[in-house]
Design a protein around this ligand. Structure first.
Ligand SMILES: Nc1ncnc2c1ncn2[C@@H]1O[C@H](COP(=O)(O)OP(=O)(O)OP(=O)(O)O)[C@@H](O)[C@H]1O
Ligand SMILES: [Mg+2]
Length: 677
């Protein structure tokens, strides 16, 4: 299949523009998406880490506050006086200070709203003061509901602490689904109590509920995708937002849930390492985590706050960028197509116009010119194209002229051909007539001569002798005419051999010179020396020149001029030469063929005989070579002279031409082919 050249150019332009536009966009776009995704991950992790860090600090502060509150209770004045009363067994002041201490405990619990219980135990393990927070108010337990806690772990723990030390005792190791962290006691802070003499007198404790911590982590659920968990160092959940979301539908479960069951071992072990950090190499999620230690003393128990974010949410931002990138690429493609169309139109338009120009010229519209001002090679081609069109136009005009000229010449040749044929048939006719007349005339002349010879004695009367002379004169004239007719029809034979034209002319002029000068006409001769020979018959040629000179004499009055000139020309046009050979072939093939061969080298002897006589009227010009055409008075001219000359010159393979202007003169030119060496 033939692909259009112009559309191939357009396709190439499209392709290059596409490559030029799309490749950089693709390359930079891909890199930008990648780095955007990475920086989004970095940003998210930083945000997550800051978040867990803040929550951890908050939780830490909260627990520190609890410890502060415990120390505050420990150093309260009522406790100090109560210890004195206990030391001295002062029942009255014991009761008094105990009541005040109860007040102190209950005030703190009411104010802080984050402690479930606070208590004071004597060194024997008896509960002296116990305030419990219930239904949003503190309840001071009456004396009778107090117990001895000597065997309890926390009491024994306190016995081992030195003055001012605080121990923590986790009250829960997990929170199950359906249980709310804010309502349960998480941690018990314990500290021993010494009196002013440094004697161990018992212990006090407060139980911290998860309310504050719950609020902290719950508040962090701003974005559903960001999940904050609270687990202990074993990975058991204390807070799981998934339980919060559908709180009402969830049924409480007894079995604890562990972070290790949800995430991979790697993730779980990093999170539960007791250090803070981030995890980004998990397949699905990003993590930030921060441990919170309830006491400085015990590093074996801690909580970990975990923030988790699914990676596919991050690509949300990157996806937005991807969309933007896609739109950019699409716009770039559209722009490229648009630009491609414009640029290729700009480039191929001159070519299309060039193509159209060539087509128009092909259809013959040679006047079409291109007007392309592209300032490049195409413009050069357009200029060349216009030059070519101009040349073509000139060439075609020349061609037309030449065809016209040739046509005219062909018409001339045709006329001449018709003329030749006419001559040939007339020749035949003339020959027949001459034969028929020649013999009787010969007999008549013979008889007249016999009669005249018999009159030697003068027997025949004078009058009859005169009549015989007259008869003789006219019979001779008839004989001459038939002779001429035979010449015209080539019945008379001429011997062909090499001839010096100048010599023949000299001989002819010798005959007529006297009569010419007698008529008062000037005779001029310009015979070129050493003319090449021509192959011909001297008799025939003499007859031709004599007739032409006679005609000139007849046409010229006294005071006029007859000029005879000979010259040799090589440059006789080829066409002309060919024409001559054609004509001669028609009339006398056997001879002229050979004659023409002899003139292979070209070259003609020109015999130019001109006069200053009457000239030939235009309407006669075509007739003068016709037999019997004469303008001379009866008895003076037969009208055979030129037609015989014509035949003779043709026999010689030559040409006879006339050029005349009325009352200015006539020029006859005879061209005879030069004999080959
Ligand atoms: N040089 C000339 N000037 C003017 N007319 C001429 C000249 N030569 C020929 N003619 C004209 O051409 C005619 C034909 O000439 P052509 O020689 O054939 O016959 P002719 O001279 O009339 O008779 P003939 O030659 O038989 O004596 C002439 O009658 C004359 O009208
Ligand atoms: Mg004549």
């Amino acid at each position: 299949m033939k692909i259009n050249f112009l559309s191939r150019i357009q396709n190439k332009i499209f392709l290059s523009l596409m490559l030029a536009a799309i490749l950089p966009i693709g390359y930079f776009g891909y890199n930008s998406i990648k780095s955007t995704r990475n920086s989004l991950i970095d940003d998210t992790l930083r945000k997550m880490y800051l978040n867990v860090f803040a929550m951890g600090k908050d939780m830490d502060n909260h627990l520190k506050n609890a410890k502060g509150d415990l120390l505050y209770l420990k150093s309260s004045a009522p406790l100090e006086y109560l210890l004195d009363a206990m030391e001295f067994n002062d029942i009255a002041s014991f009761t008094y200070w105990r009541t005040l201490l109860e007040k102190e405990f209950s005030n703190l619990i009411e104010q802080k709203n984050v402690y479930l219980q606070a208590g004071f135990l004597s060194r024997d393990g008896d509960e002296i003061v116990l305030v419990v927070y219930d239904m949003s108010r503190p309840i001071i337990l009456p004396w009778k509901s107090l117990h001895n806690q000597r065997e309890s772990g926390y009491f024994r723990m306190a016995a081992e602490l030195s003055n001012g030390e605080i121990a923590s005792l986790p009250l829960r190791s997990y929170v199950v689904k359906g249980l709310n962290l804010s309502n349960i006691a998480l941690m018990r802070y314990i500290t021993p109590v010494y009196n002013r003499n440094g004697k161990w007198m018992g212990m006090i404790y407060i139980d911290v509920v998860g309310k504050h911590i719950y609020n902290t982590v719950k508040m962090s659920i701003m974005d559903r995708a960001f999940k904050v968990f609270l687990v202990n160092n074993k990975g058991f959940y204390f807070f799981n937002p998934e339980w919060e979301v559908e709180e009402n539908l969830l049924t409480a479960s007894d079995s604890p849930e562990n972070i290790g069951e949800v995430y991979s071992r790697d993730v779980a072990s990093q999170i539960l390492s007791g250090k803070s950090g981030v995890i980004m190499d998990d397949d699905k999620n990003l993590f930030a985590y921060m441990p919170v230690f309830p006491t400085e003393m015990d590093k074996n128990f801690y909580y970990t706050i975990i923030q988790m974010y699914p990676k596919n949410h991050i690509s949300g931002g990157a996806n937005d960028f991807e969309k933007l990138f896609l739109i950019t690429v699409l716009s770039a493609i559209l722009l490229t197509v648009f630009m491609g169309i414009i640029i290729s139109k700009m480039l191929t338009n001159p070519l299309s116009r060039l193509k159209r120009g060539v087509q128009l010229i092909g259809k013959g519209n040679l006047d079409y010119r291109l007007d392309i001002k592209s300032g490049d090679e195409v413009e050069d081609v357009a200029v060349e194209f216009n030059n070519m069109a101009e040349k073509l136009k000139k060439y075609s005009r020349n061609l037309e002229e030449k065809v016209e000229e040739k046509t005219k010449k062909m018409e001339d040749y045709e006329k001449q051909l018709i003329h030749s044929e006419k001559m040939a048939s007339l020749g035949l006719l003339a020959a027949g007539v001459a034969h028929e007349i020649n013999n009787p005339i010969g007999i008549i002349v013979n008889r007249i001569e016999c009669l005249k010879m018999e009159n030697k004695n003068g027997d025949i009367p004078e009058k009859i002798v005169k009549d015989l002379d007259t008869m003789m004169h006219h019979a001779m004239r008839v004989s001459k005419i038939t002779g001429n007719l035979l010449s015209f029809s080539r019945e008379s034979s001429h011997e062909f051999k090499s001839q010096d034209i100048n010599k023949i002319l000299e001989k002819v002029l010798m005959f007529v010179e006297d009569s010419i000068t007698a008529k008062g006409i000037t005779m001029e001769k310009y015979l070129t020396m050493r003319l090449p020979f021509v192959f011909g018959s001297s008799g025939g040629l003499e007859q031709v020149f004599l007739n032409i000179v006679h005609n000139a004499m007849d046409a010229t009055d006294g005071g006029g001029r007859i000029k005879v000139e000979t010259k040799y020309t090589i440059g006789h046009s080829e066409g002309e030469a060919r024409r001559i050979s054609n004509e001669t072939q028609d009339s006398s093939p056997s001879f002229t063929q050979g004659q023409n061969d002899k003139n292979k080298n070209g070259g003609f002897v020109n015999i130019i005989i001109s006069d200053t006589g009457d000239g030939i009227p235009h309407e006669y010009k075509e007739k003068i070579f016709d037999p019997f055409f004469t303008t001379k008075e009866i008895g003076k001219g037969t009208g055979l002279g030129l037609s015989i000359s014509y035949g003779i010159i043709k026999e010689h393979g030559g040409e006879i031409k006339v050029d005349s202007e009325v009352s200015k003169g006539t020029t006859f030119t005879v061209l005879l082919p030069v004999m080959a060496e």
